[in-house]
Write a protein that binds this ligand. Structure first.
Ligand code: C5P
Length: 222
């Protein structure tokens, strides 16, 4: 059958990557976590002492960066110039700084182009903030996942605990709310629901329920 482009957007920690990965697996599609790409650039900028809001310096940095993904049985590994950064890009320092880097025009241009190339032939589930609005405006399926800040902080708290990342629930709530605010208010490709996206509130749904709903939406669009 036809290989679709499926865009899943929404605020921080709404469960996008978890369900996107499952949907991609069910359809035998590629999964692309665009947030991991912005996190990888932030990681590299911090490593190289590049100012996080210096558009010119970031452009230079990007020209020497190769971000790649490698799916494994349990997770999708992320590499920067061959170095495994899968764990490093999830640390609080990166979460606190990524929105600044993601607001820079050179960074958005470079990553958007890479994302569009990955999606050229369809057969892809891509999650992020601007996939349905900017990266893949012609995507056949667009989902906008939301959940209350409290629920999202709680989900992240449990994930972080399991990974051994030490952060309080209150700090997570603050970080998530602040990141949403920055992502929604930036000038270029802000976080906003595409007009033709289907909104799904996952606050009181399980992962499986969300996946089932998305699969139903996909079936209808085929
Ligand atoms: O999805 P995740 O929470 O890992 O994304 C990290 C950050 O990357 C977001 O808070 C946002 O600043 C940026 N981002 C973006 N556009 C995307 C995906 C992520 O600006 N398509």
């Amino acid at each position: 059958g036809t290989k679709l482009q499926i865009a899943i957007d929404g605020p921080a920690s709404a469960g996008k990557s978890t369900v996107a990965k499952k949907v991609a697996h069910l359809l035998d599609y590629i999964y692309c976590d665009t947030g991991a790409m912005y996190r990888a650039v932030t990681w590299a900028a911090l490593q190289k002492n590049v100012s996080l809001d210096d558009d010119v310096a970031l452009k230079e940095l990007l020209s020497g960066l190769k971000i790649t993904f490698k799916p494994t049985a349990t997770e999708q590994k992320v590499f920067v110039n061959g170095q495994d950064v899968t764990e490093a890009i999830r640390l609080p320092l990166i979460s606190q700084n990524v929105s600044t880097v993601a607001a820079q025009v050179s960074v958005r241009e470079a990553l958007t182009k890479q994302q569009q190339n990955l999606a050229l032939n369809g057969g892809i589930v891509m999650d992020g903030r601007d996939i349905g609005t900017t990266v893949l405006p012609a995507a056949e399926v667009k989902i906008f996942l939301v959940a209350s800040v409290k629920e999202r902080a709680l989900r992240r708290y449990r994930e972080d605990q399991a990974k051994g990342i030490r952060i309080t629930l209150a700090d997570l709530e603050k970080e998530i709310a602040l990141r949403d605010k920055k992502d929604s208010n930036r000038l270029i490709s802000p976080l906003v629901q595409a007009e033709d996206a289907v909104k799904l509130d996952t606050t009181s749904l399980t992962i499986e329920q969300v996946v089932t709903k998305i699969m139903e939406i996909i079936k209808k669009s085929k």
